[in-house]
Design a binder for this molecule. Structure first.
Ligand code: HOZ
Length: 429
């Protein structure tokens, strides 16, 4: 049993002054029938909670920490940046350098605008797509999550899926009336929307690898079909690469699957653990953004030098060797989890793209949100609890992604597999 006395006391205090005791819903551990651990320290692949329990961390702040916690190179660079002042509300060289790195790495990004979160990036990308096409509607996919801007808060993944919320309260019918939702990996459903509403369709937005309903890779040809449909219909294709950017490869999913969107949204990894988002695309589209064009979008802390420096330091560590290591460890985790589930007599499906891993309870292939919901996800709380007892920290929701970092080792993966074997057995009882 874990000692959780201090975390519980802090949680009690937090509930008095913070909604649900947390700053973001899935952190509350509700869907795993537990209580959150308050974290006091992260180093490399490990985190320590307020009671002194050490865990192998497979959440990594929900994806950003691809080089692990407090990497010495990131800490050094950030410390130096902080000493020079934290924000000026004026251009700085680190943001220019990060923009250059992003544009050099991600095939479709020629010009970018930094913001402070993934939500801001997708929200701004949609505004831009509407301005560019002079159309209103946006097509998204069930179970994909594009942050919490109103038009995206219907049939989404992540927290919406975790708490089974089809459309958030406070979002009016008007605000989602131009949002059309179809199943992921279903090109026919997309064709049908284009046939009936194509002339109003400003954009299709998609997570090129879905990471907010567990992990779901695109079926072969799915992304190419979206590209072709958008081009033929005069709609813009927006890739939400907030999770996949610099994670599944240096050039993101668009590089991995060789499909170029019109607008790309990034976040998480490019901020190296600080709040950063960015959207970008060809100059022809981006020049509509203020001050060059009429699409207004701004932010006091956008491009602030500390966050930009953390991003730069993180990206400088992401070379071929780093991705090869991530691939090796992640593939070891995938096969180990499958073997462990077999040994425990439990049917489990693992979806994986690079260091994004999704665990589903069931033996059927998982290609869309309906299939995710058809899994035996009620087993997840017990699995999660047993893993925690074995000191493995997993996302506290079956609808999120398990991540690895370059700080993890083969021994960490072996420990995770051994713990999973026990946890799968526990689920089978
Ligand atoms: N939307 C994030 C995961 N997909 C969760 C962020 C958080 O709770 O910190």
């Amino acid at each position: 049993m874990l000692n959780t006395e201090r975390s519980e006391a802090l949680y009690k205090r937090a509930q008095r002054v913070m909604v649900g005791g947390v700053s973001s819903p899935v952190r509350a551990f509700k869907s795993v029938e537990g209580k959150p651990h308050f974290i006091v320290k992260g180093k490399g692949q490990r985190i320590r909670d307020a009671d002194g329990n050490n865990f192998i961390d497979l959440v990594l702040s929900w994806g950003p920490l691809i080089v692990g916690h407090a990497h010495p190179a990131v800490v050094r660079a950030v410390t130096c940046a902080v000493n020079n002042g934290t924000s000026f509300g004026a251009p700085t060289e680190p943001e220019l350098k990060l923009a250059e790195q992003v544009c050099a790495s991600v095939p479709s990004m020629e010009v970018v605008r930094f913001v402070n979160s993934g939500t801001e990036a997708t929200m701004s990308a949609l505004r831009l797509a509407r301005a560019y096409t002079k159309r209103t509607k946006v097509l998204k996919f069930e179970g994909c999550y594009h942050g919490h801007a109103d038009p995206f808060l219907s049939q989404g993944g992540s927290g919406l899926a975790t708490f089974d919320i089809p459309v958030s309260a406070g979002v009016t019918q008007d605000q989602v009336s131009n949002t059309i939702t179809v199943p992921y990996n279903d090109p026919n459903a997309v064709q049908e929307v284009v046939r009936t509403q194509g002339s109003d369709l400003a954009a299709i937005i998609v997570e090129p690898v879905a990471g907010n309903m567990g992990v779901i890779p695109p079926e072969p040809g799915f992304l190419d079909t979206l590209r072709r449909i958008c081009t033929e219909n005069g709609s813009l294709l927006i890739f939400d690469e907030i999770i996949t950017g610099f994670r599944v490869s240096r050039g993101g999913a668009q590089s991995l699957f060789s499909v170029n969107p019109d607008i790309t949204c990034l976040g998480k990894v490019i901020g190296g653990g600080f709040p950063v988002g960015v959207y970008g695309g060809p100059r022809e589209i981006m020049h509509l953004v203020s001050p060059e064009g009429p699409v207004y979008q701004a932010g006091t802390l956008s491009g602030n030098p500390v966050a930009m420096t953390a991003g730069l330091a993180t990206l400088s560590l992401l070379n071929g060797k780093a991705y090869a290591k991530l691939e090796k460890l992640s593939s070891m985790l995938e096969s180990g989890l499958l073997e462990a589930s077999k040994a425990a007599g439990l049917q489990v499906t693992i979806n994986r793209v690079g260091s994004m891993v999704g665990i589903f309870f069931g033996d059927a292939p998982i290609r869309n949100f309906a299939e995710v919901k058809g899994t035996n996800h009620k087993l997840y709380p017990r699995f999660h609890r047993t893993m925690l007892e074995s000191r493995i920290y997993l996302p506290p929701s079956p609808f999120e992604t398990v991540f690895l970092s370059t700080a993890h080792t083969a021994a960490d993966v072996q420990k995770t597999i051994a713990a999973a074997k026990k946890a799968f057995k526990e689920c089978d009882r």
